[in-house]
Each structure stands twice: as structure tokens, then as C-alpha cells.
Design a protein around this ligand. Sequence first.
Ligand code: TPP
Ligand code: MG
Length: 328
Amino acid sequence: MTQQTLEHWQQMYRSLWRIRIFESQVQRLAAAGEVPGFPHLSTGQEAVAVGVCAHLNPSDVLYTSHRGHGHILAKGSDIEATMAEIIGRDTGLCRGRGGSMHLVDAANGVLGATGVVAGNLALAAGAAWAAQAQGKSDISVVFFGDGATGAGVFHETLNLAALWKLPILFVCENNGYAEFTSREEHSNVNHVSAFAAPYHIPTKTIDGNDLRVVHAEAGAAIAGIRAGQGPYLLECMTFRMAGHYVGDAQQYRSKEEMAAMLEKCPIERLKRHLLESGIDAAELDAIQNDATQEVLAASDRARAAPRPDPASVMDDVYTSPALHAITG
Ligand SMILES: Cc1ncc(C[n+]2csc(CCOP(=O)(O)OP(=O)(O)O)c2C)c(N)n1
Ligand SMILES: [Mg+2]
């Protein structure tokens, strides 16, 4: 490995750990009653976020779903502001008004997470259309789950994206479940990539737990999109190591299934590769420790921040004239 490639992979290893530790901390805070609502963790799916977002610029637009913490961190949003948002603080990305499923960081191109399954797809196509109309080289990336493909808007969006050659990357994280229902139980279509062919959208199904594969395939797909070739659908086969949401007892999964999943941990896999490439184990431990300290310190600062002033609850809800019309 050259020095440059070595640093590149170390950076990505760190990025994986940041997300893993962040999600573990959200889980801890949720168990302690500090997180409003139901956070959905991306533990086990980190390689998709890191491998795709490594190719994005701040001006590229990102949309994500209810399971979006990892994508947003991988895109470069501030750890403290993201955590502060999730725990409802005034210093949060949306001043504590959105929470885990409604994270927005416009300055970093994160136009949003949404709790409406598949609701992000058409919005992402809209952003891609805007970039195209303005002659920009920016692209739009949308992360969604396999369950979202059962929604009509998924097909409507693929159709228009293909027809208008929109600069958009569809990234499906196929973790085999929609809530508590396995894919076999809710669809005859095993692979989401099968939906791309009728619309003439290029596609690939890949191992989403192998960061090196995700990074290479996302890089090639994004290069094509930036070159004006239109949309691409990347189906990343992955696993969610946690429940659907924090608190899910997961009685619908067997012990064997859970054990097999741990074997495929994307962090362990990259670690094995880095060790085989000659990187010192102590160096990797130091990266892990550094990432841990960074995330926990950011979380402490977020927890120490004030909650929004209740008197500001109507700020940013209505413009003043509209508010005036309502209140008289
Ligand atoms: C429009 C809509 N329908 C139903 C739900 C309830 N719901 C929340 S998550 C989810 C499953 C999503 O599965 P998938 O898209 O595979 O994402 P994953 O949770 O596996 O990441 C459902 C049905 C919702 N939030 N929005
Ligand atoms: Mg799913």
C-alpha cells in the first residue's frame, strides 16, 4: 500500500468506528430515557454509508430515511450537533426540533432524513432535477431500505429519473427486513436491483458489508452519474445488527441468524484486510480509541447544551404574515 492509500483506508476505518460508537451511545442514551421518540440504529450497515459518502462533496445532496445517523455523519455533519439534535437540544442541527428521524444539515448538503418510508425518493429526484436544470455538476444520493421498494413512489421516481437522465444515485440498503417482516414474507422479488432493468437504469447488487467493494462500486457509479449518464441503482446487501428500533426484542430472528450476522461485521472485515496489508494492530486500536473519545466527548457536550426555549416553539413554523393571519 502506498502512504496515500494507507491514510485513505485508515480514515475510512475511523469513519466506521465513529458511526458504530455514535450508534452505541444513542442506544445507551435511549435506554436511559434521554432520547425522545424511537431511534433506529444503523449498526452493521456502516460500510454502505462510509463507502458511498467518501465520493461526495458538501454540495452534493443527500437524502436518507429513518435509519440515517450513519449517512449524515459519513457525509461530514458535525457529531456534536447531530447528537444534540437527537436528544433535543438547542444546539442541534435543527435546534432540537426534528430529532432522530428528521435530521437536516443544509450547509452540508443533507437535505434530510424522513420517517415517511420512501418519502425521500421523490425529494431526492427533485434535488437532482434542480442541479441538472441549473447546470451544476452536483449529484443527489438517496439511501433507502428494501421495504421502501414496495411503495408506489419508488417506481414513479425510477421512471422519471430514467426518463430525464437525472444525476441521482439510488442506494438501497437491503437488510432483509421491513420492520419485523422478512423480505421473503413481503415480496417475491429477492433483489431490489431487479426493479431497475425495466426502467433501463444501470444497477448492481453488491456485498454492502465489504467497505472496499462498496467504495469501488459507488465510485464507478458516481463517476458515471457526474459524466451525465443518468441514474444508477446500487443495491447493498447488508445486515442490521440491532433491532428495528431501540427496544425491539427481535423475537422474529433466530440466535443462529444473529450469530451469522456478527461474522459479517463490516468493521471486523476491514480490520482483517488492513492487518493482512501490514498495518500494525496497535495503530488500528489507536484509531478506534481516538474515534471513541471523539464521539463520547461530543456527546457529553451535546448533553450539557440547553434545551430549546419553549417560547420559541413557533419560530420557523409559519412566516410572520401567515402567523398573523392565524392569530389575528
Ligand atoms: C409511509 C410509511 N409507511 C409505513 C411506515 C412504518 N415503517 C417504519 S420503518 C418501516 C420499514 C422500513 O423498512 P426498510 O425500508 O427496509 O428500512 P429498514 O428499517 O430495514 O432500514 C415501516 C413499514 C412508515 N414510517 N412510513
Ligand atoms: Mg430493510
